[in-house]
Design a protein around this ligand. Structure first.
Ligand code: KE4
Length: 431
């Protein structure tokens, strides 16, 4: 039988670089043929051959309700009938902004944009403009989108400036980007000792989903907060992935329970707040946000920012996840998956560690949870690839890269979890 996924992939590669519009979709890390999605519904999607999969990517986070939630679909259809885009303000942008601010009290104002990259890039510019400083800290393994200053890897030594990770990024653009080891308090303190008064911000994924699933330790996050406050640098939480995904109050609400009075200075959001449509945001206190054009000197703009169809999708999604009981049910479902996978891995004698929060999970083919990027990369990549394809052949679709997180939606049933664990149990036996 013809594999339509391969046929489509070959055709796509003629007109789209690598056949994909985002590199991770090309399966380069795991090998094999990407699945071209024909349609999706609830916790499932069907590929070009009509093969059904239980979907644990959910568009890399946005589809927290599952695909095609009726309330979201109705809101999008209604909004579309009223117009696709105006380039002028609308009431629903206010409603979405108010809904976001209601659940993330560290922000008093928010600016809507169209992608996480745009939000992260703009937040960095605003942090630099608001502080009058250009140096900033990011952490190895954290991804904040593909803006030039953020495409950087650690230099040699603990507190040296970064080198570009991509062609086309001039070295001078990353000259002020300091890349440190995640969860390394010594490196953090050294960097602040050397550069504290020059630092505009520390940008961090509080739960690093771009390293699969690595939590910032409480001591480390406490020191980030203390040192930023002490030196006048802004603590910027990149919650594009974790925002409204790990908790209704995002990851910062998890840390606020662990660190009394904790809050970041700025927050970057995306994915869930758009419900699958191109929508992201960044926000913070009024005194910082009013530095943004048109009220302040930091320029930022976007033709489709606050798009009326995207805001309808995002608003309907946030209203659903704010309903009573939503998070207890989702968290329990995700925990059930993690516990099930741990059980079958142990039974097969496969080194395995996993963690989850709300609707986000991660696992490592390592005996202990990784605490930083270097540890993540000690994972057995060939073994992961075999696990990935075993699951895929069994109708279970996880991220095609060992450094990516997984996502459970409200549409995933206990039966889906049980089937996933059953398939994984069979695959673990072959590893
Ligand atoms: P986008 O520009 O892809 O909307 O968002 C960039 C971004 C920013 N910050 C964080 C924490 C993110 O996780 C992302 C994007 N995440 C990846 C998945 N690791 C998107 C998948 C892709 O690149 O195709």
């Amino acid at each position: 039988m013809t594999d339509r996924n391969q046929t489509l992939f070959d055709r796509a590669a003629q007109v789209i670089p690598g056949g994909v519009n985002s590199p991770v979709r090309a399966f380069r890390a795991v090998g094999g043929t990407p699945r071209f999605v024909q349609r999706a519904q609830g916790a499932y999607f069907w590929d070009a051959n009509g093969q059904k999969y239980i979907d644990y990517i959910g568009s890399w986070g946005p589809m927290i309700l599952g695909h095609g939630h009726p309330a979201v679909l109705e809101a999008v259809q209604k909004a579309a009938l009223d117009g696709f885009s105006f380039g002028a303000p609308t009431e629903r942008e206010i409603e979405l902004a108010e809904e976001i601010l209601k659940h993330v009290p560290s922000m008093e104002m928010v600016r809507l944009v169209s992608s996480g990259t745009e939000a992260g890039m703009s937040a960095l510019r605003l942090a630099r403009g608001a502080t009058g400083r250009t140096k900033f800290i990011k952490f190895e393994g954290c991804y904040h989108g593909h803006a030039d200053a953020l495409l950087v890897k650690a230099g040699s030594g603990l507190a040296t400036f970064g080198n570009p990770t991509s062609a086309g990024v001039p070295p001078e653009v990353v000259r002020d980007t300091l890349v440190l080891e995640y969860n390394n308090i010594t490196a953090l303190e050294e960097a602040f000792a050397l550069h504290g008064k020059e630092l505009a911000c520390v940008m961090i994924e509080p739960i690093a989903g771009n390293m699969n699933f690595v939590r910032a330790s409480v001591p480390f996050m406490t020191r980030c907060r203390e040192l930023c406050t002490e030196h006048g640098a802004l603590l910027v939480f990149d919650e594009v992935m974790s925002g409204f995904r790990v908790a209704l109050g995002s990851a910062q609400s998890v840390y606020a329970k662990l660190i009394p009075g904790f809050k970041p200075d700025m927050t970057v959001l995306g994915k869930v707040i758009g419900g699958g449509m191109p929508l992201a945001a960044f926000g913070g206190p009024r005194e910082i946000m009013r530095e943004l054009a048109p009220t302040g000197p930091v320029y930022q703009a976007g033709t489709l920012s606050g798009n009326p169809v995207a805001t309808a999708c995002g608003l309907a999604t946030l209203r659903e996840i704010a309903k009573p009981g939503f998070w207890d049910a989702l968290s329990a479902r995700t925990q059930s998956l993690v516990d099930g996978l741990k059980g079958v891995a142990a039974h097969a004698g496969v080194p395995f560690s996993a963690d989850c929060q709300g609707g986000m999970f991660g696992f490592f083919l390592l005996p202990e949870l990784a605490q930083n990027y270097a540890q993540v990369m000690t994972s057995d990549s060939p073994k992961f690839n075999k696990l990935f394809h075993g699951l895929l052949d069994g109708g279970v679709y996880i991220a095609p890269a060992l450094y990516e997180a997984g996502f459970v939606s409200a549409a995933h049933t206990e039966a889906d979890i049980a089937e996933t664990v059953r398939v994984a149990g069979e695959v673990f036996k072959t590893l």
